[in-house]
Design a binder for this molecule. Structure first.
Ligand SMILES: [Zn+2]
Length: 581
């Protein structure tokens, strides 16, 4: 290594030209054009998260504006007296104020006194005010006076991470530039460049981990890079990076998802156990798993694939794994994980809470696949109907599984999942890795499974629909769909009435409400069917008879009408989480 003093990478590789700015191409282009065409505004506002290059761009812009020999495309030459003065930090034409630490009215007055001094041998005096939202109100007002009538040849560049705190009077006087978070790919590319310049070998997957940890901020990425490079002794490996940054290996989540797909409960539990052995917090693990599932979900649809914020190589793996699951699976899995996270803090046995969520998720796929893809076998496995139970014990976990066939995935099934073992009637097939354990466990499983008839087992006969169970499912849907304001407001005030075997109907007051119901009907049916354990439950929504207004309304109907006729009232009820009935 050289005997040069050590300079942190974030400083050493701070961009010095527009073309070396990472991840803000369009914006840098516009600024460069301003320099080359000479169309320079008097005030600029650079907004965006920390570490994305706002101050760097401001300095590059200031330097280019004063360069005596700029290139034709608007870059500073880097060699003239002005450029050198800016590089050395002693340019008379560039003044910087960090409003985070100098936010008093006197600080700003000092700066404003300078405003009237004409530029020395350059063309512009540039004032960069960083974290401008931190200025005190008085300081802001003092500054505003200058901004209203700035002297010629003065350019203000204001930077802020909190655009919403900037007064409209300031905003309206500035050309506003919104800096984006830098993408993982752009960060990885830049880190590769830095690594090569520093003579450090780096695994691209490791750089991907660093980039993700940096969350869109190049400055953070470079700091993390330095930290990892130091601990890895100049050879940045994936394992070394994972260990150093204390992040969970992606492999763990990919492996877990594979176990879910195969219905392999044991494998899922073992992976979780391994995570705990490494000392990771369970909540951290749950969060990571939920983001993994979320990533798979957006990777599954070409329209949302752009929402993946991972490196290109990792994105390909997401796409590959995503194709193995139907869309419904993602919603249900996220639902289970979310529920687990919500209840986590209250859980007396946190490990069990997480394990339960993993079991439920492992069983999801198998249940839905066996419904969709296993023909119901003849007599030998004809199930004994499970008697309806008015109230299943609330404490027993209820897998959020629908008995509805789920559209089978297009991917060829794995051999394991393709041949689900048919278990005794009334049993959910839980695959343990040692199949011999299975038989020993069956007695115990039966006891558990019999206690919740709504487990969605394909081989169990439908549970007859009872008004009680329907009412329960109805309330659960209301509670779990607060975003469906109009529908749940109507649902709160009315209940479907039985019109046949498993057939129910509901009358709503107007076409708007009906349309809202129609829109969520597949989801609503799915939800209710799974909760009540009846695949044939149907619900028809019709409009109330026109002349129904002439007859005397029951009290409930009257209140329903009042609520539905008054959207404000209905919103108020939703807001208060209240209802009349
Ligand atoms: Zn120059």
């Amino acid at each position: 290594m050289s005997d040069q003093p050590y300079i942190v990478s974030a400083r050493k590789y701070r961009p010095a030209t527009f073309s070396s700015v990472v991840g803000q191409r369009n914006l840098a282009e516009t600024l460069r054009n301003a320099v080359s065409t000479g169309r320079v505004a008097q005030a600029y506002l650079f907004c965006g998260p920390r570490g994305v290059g706002k101050t760097s761009c401001a300095r590059i812009f200031a330097k280019a504006l004063n360069c005596t020999n700029p290139t034709t495309d608007g870059e500073a030459c880097g060699e003239c007296a002005s450029c050198r003065a800016v590089d050395l930090g002693n340019s008379f034409n560039l003044l910087e104020l960090d409003a985070a630490s100098n936010n008093s009215v006197n600080d700003i007055r000092d700066i404003m006194d300078q405003v009237n001094v004409p530029p020395q041998d350059g063309r512009y005096r540039v004032f960069i005010i960083d974290e401008v939202h931190m200025l005190s109100t008085q300081a802001f007002n003092a500054f505003l006076k200058t901004l209203e009538e700035p002297p010629k040849n003065v350019v203000f560049i204001l930077a802020t991470t909190e655009k919403h705190k900037i007064l409209p009077t300031i905003l309206s006087r500035c050309q506003v530039y919104d800096f984006k978070r830098i993408t993982v790919d752009d960060i990885v590319e830049h880190l590769k460049y830095v690594a090569s310049r520093e003579g450090i070998s780096a695994d691209e997957r490791a750089l991907g981990v660093i980039a993700q940890k940096a969350d869109g901020a190049m400055r953070d990425a470079l700091s993390i890079f330095d930290q990892v490079a130091a601990s890895c002794m100049g050879n940045i490996t994936y394992d070394g990076t994972i260990a150093n940054l204390n992040v969970l290996d992606h492999e763990c989540y990919f492996g877990l998802t594979e176990a879910f797909g195969a219905g392999d409960v044991a494998a899922a539990l073992l992976i979780y156990n391994g995570v705990r052995d490494k000392g990771f917090d369970s909540l951290f693990f749950l969060n990571g798993l939920a983001s993994h599932i979320r990533n798979l979900m957006v990777a599954a649809d070409p329209r949302t694939i752009g929402l993946l914020e991972v490196s290109r190589s990792l994105a390909q793996r997401y796409v590959a794994q995503a194709s193995s699951f139907p869309a419904q699976w993602y919603y249900r899995t996220l639902d289970i994980l979310n529920e687990c996270e919500v209840n986590y803090r209250m859980a007396a046995n946190k490990q069990l809470a997480v394990e339960l969520a993993l079991m439920k998720t492992s069983m999801l796929r198998q249940n839905s696949e066996s419904v969709a893809e296993t023909p119901v076998p003849p007599s030998s496995t004809t199930p004994t109907p499970t008697p309806p139970r008015p109230s299943a014990p609330a404490s027993v976990a209820r897998p959020a599984v629908s008995a509805q066939p789920v559209v089978p995935s297009s991917r060829p099934r794995t051999p394991r999942a393709a041949t689900p073992r048919l278990s005794a009637p009334g049993l959910t097939t839980i695959r343990l890795s040692g199949e011999d354990k299975k038989d020993k466990k069956e007695e115990g499983d039966r006891n558990v499974d019999d206690s919740h008839p709504d487990n969605g087992n394909p081989l169990t006969k439908d549970v007859p629909v009872s008004d009680e169970r329907l009412a329960e499912a109805w309330q659960q849907f209301i509670a779990s769909h607060p975003e469906q304001k109009i529908v749940i407001t109507t649902m709160r005030t009315t209940m479907p009435s039985r019109s046949g075997d498993g057939e129910y109907s509901l009358s709503v007051a107007n076409a708007g409400q009906k349309a809202q119901f129609d829109a969520i009907m597949p989801e609503l049916l799915e939800f209710i069917r799974s909760r009540i354990g009846n695949r044939n439950f149907t619900l028809r929504v019709g409009l109330q008879e026109v002349d129904s207004s002439h007859r005397r309304l029951t009290q409930r109907e009257f209140l329903t009408k009042v609520v539905t006729d008054n959207p404000v009232l209905s919103e108020l009820l939703t807001y208060l989480d209240a209802s009349f009935v």
